[in-house]
Design a protein around this ligand. Structure first.
Ligand code: SAM
Length: 276
């Protein structure tokens, strides 16, 4: 690469330099012949060359203008590679990932400072995706695969778990990057489900219920729920009683099915309120 600049901390630039890990990520991504692939943050191209060899079409989105223009030069003669010089948090993913017959495969070693936000944006286009192989800070990854009633279990676990089957592929140690981050990383597999794991009624209400249940981790579920916006339309004691859930529990003890039950009840109550 010409004009190598120092990695930018502000853009989470910890570049992969370990060939073994690169091989394992490519294997885990299991790209199908002719599949469309999105790589977020290709950086210095550790994964990109291999992705370009395997994908039917490859879209790269890179916020570092110098790196984006370097990728453009690299792939000038390959019309199946498109480089988008932009912030992944600002682009319209519905436009970037058009509805193609064979769904998209997303591969990324995500910049850690924005990984949760990126996850929620990808969640918004889950119907367009066949698979995602994402490297995250281990602590963030642990939250996504945590069972109920442990400190790692939280909003991201429940919300992403509704539409994705998430599993841990392998751990990556700091020495596999340049510069080395201070913490371990993890590669996770996300397989979008054709149906949600549970019937939650209105998904916006589901998000509100889950977020409110985790809003004050030391408080009881009842106290958390009653501070939510929807509590203006719903009696939270009645809600908990109808769902046979003890309001003295903490939000983190609820299973996805219990959140779904609460959400369905709130959905029905809100709809009945606005109809009557
Ligand atoms: N894929 C490369 C690798 O594995 O070596 C680089 C990974 S590095 C952890 C994260 C990459 O994301 C960097 O290239 C960085 O410039 C890019 N990036 C950071 N913020 C971004 C954003 N908001 N939108 C798109 N790319 C971003």
């Amino acid at each position: 690469m010409s004009a190598i600049r120092r990695p930018l901390k502000s853009l989470g630039q910890n570049f992969l330099v370990d060939g073994n890990i690169i091989d394992r990520i490519i294997e885990t991504a299991a790209i199908q012949p002719d599949q469309s692939v999105l790589e977020i943050g290709p950086g210095r191209g550790a994964l990109t060359t291999r992705l370009a060899e395997q994908a039917g079409q490859l879209v790269l989105i890179e916020f570092d203008h110098a790196l984006a223009s370097w990728h453009r030069d690299q792939h000038l003669s390959n019309s199946s590679v498109t480089v988008v010089d932009a912030d992944v948090l600002k682009v319209d993913l519905e436009v970037l990932l058009p509805d193609v017959a064979q769904k998209w495969n997303v591969v990324a070693n995500l910049p850690y400072n924005i990984s949760t936000e990126v996850l929620f944006r990808l969640y918004g286009v889950h119907t367009r995706l066949a698979r995602m192989t994402l490297m995250l800070q281990k602590e963030v990854g642990d939250r996504l695969v945590a069972p109920p009633d442990c400190s790692a279990y939280g909003v991201t676990t429940v919300l992403l778990g509704l539409w994705f089957d998430i599993s841990r592929a392998f751990i990556v140690h700091p020495g596999s990057f340049h510069p080395s981050p201070k913490v371990d990383s993890v590669v996770l597999n996300f397989i979008p489900r054709s149906e949600a794991r549970a019937d939650v009624g209105d998904e916006e209400i589901f998000r509100a219920v889950v977020k409110s249940a985790f809003s004050m981790r030391r408080k009881t579920l009842y106290n958390c729920l009653k501070s939510a916006e929807f509590a203006k339309q719903v009696d939270c004691r009645e809600l908990l009683e109808a769902c046979a859930i003890d309001g003295r529990r903490r939000g983190e003890t609820l299973s996805l099915e219990e959140f779904a039950l609460l959400s369905r009840w709130v959905t029905d109550a809100v709809r009945a309120g606005s109809n009557g």
